[in-house]
Design a protein around this ligand. Structure first.
Ligand code: ADP
Ligand code: MG
Ligand code: MG
Length: 248
């Protein structure tokens, strides 16, 4: 699903990522953790196509295609979903309208017909219930006045409606309360499946007690210095990054 090979990348000309190798197969949930300044955000911004972030060596293949050469709508169409730390507010656009347009844009890219209005509502209701989203939020403008936890739940609803094959979640740094963490974890867990891969980039060990990943990688100074199973997240929690990285 995702194959990162010898990835080197610069931010405004400074090399931050120094040779990352990472393969994620369908059905797997991987977590990338690491101390502040290790390059977690750089990786997620690079994969999301943010300006100023440049791959200087290596490759990032998503379903065999060079991800960084795809336009944003092509990435979504191919089944990539990007979740960010701060979901945007879109004043004046009802949530339902936004979701319907996003779903139909992806369907159009795939050569599928627009989702019938009844079918869309049916799916939306089911997923709203499954993810614990307050149905009242569907009528409100996207994220307008939502709390942190509500925004995250809404983002997980977007993710569920789009049925992506690769979900990239960046939950780095501060600002997520326990509600928001749980919303993310429930969303991710509800969407785990044999056809789908997920990459969760996080500063929080705590998130990984709710989302038990298949593999955990530790990023340090732009390189993956350790990889292991879910027990590695536990070790990091107990020993901290310094000792765990030195043990590598
Ligand atoms: P993390 O998300 O793991 O905390 P970041 O990806 O934000 O780490 O940062 C990795 C490194 O890149 C840090 O040393 C940071 O100072 C550096 N960095 C971030 N942005 C820039 C920039 N615009 N120019 C130069 N260095 C940067
Ligand atoms: Mg940071
Ligand atoms: Mg960061």
């Amino acid at each position: 699903m995702l194959e990162i090979k010898n990835l080197h990348a610069t931010v405004d000309g400074a090399e931050i990522l120094k040779g990352i190798d990472l393969t994620i197969n369908a059905g797997e949930v991987h977590a990338i953790m690491g101390p502040n300044g290790s390059g977690k955000s750089t990786l997620s911004y690079l994969l999301s196509g943010r300006e100023g972030y440049e791959m200087t060596e290596g490759s990032v293949l998503f379903k065999g295609k060079e991800l960084l050469e795809l336009e944003p709508e092509e990435r979504a169409g191919e089944g990539l979903f990007l979740a960010f730390q701060y979901p945007v507010e879109i004043p004046g656009v009802p949530n339902t309208t936004f979701l319907k347009e996003a779903v139909n844009a992806v369907r159009k890219y795939r050569g599928e017909s627009e989702l019938d209005a009844m079918e869309f509502v049916k799916q939306l209701r089911a997923k709203t219930k499954e993810l614990g989203v307050n149905p009242d939020f569907l009528k409100r403008a996207v994220n307008a006045g939502f709390s942190g936890g509500e925004k995250k739940r809404n983002e997980m609803l977007q993710m569920a409606m789009l049925e992506p094959s690769l979900c990239l979640l960046d939950e780095t740094d501060s600002g997520l309360d326990i509600d928001a963490l749980k919303a993310v974890a429930e969303g991710v867990n509800a969407m785990r499946g044999p056809e789908r891969a997920m990459l969760v980039i996080t500063h929080y060990q705590r998130l990984l007690t709710y989302i038990v990943p298949d593999k955990v990688h530790v990023l340090s100074k732009g390189r993956i210095v350790r990889s292991g199973g879910p027990e590695l997240a536990q070790e990091l929690e107990e020993k901290g990054y310094t000792e765990s990285v030195e043990a590598a």
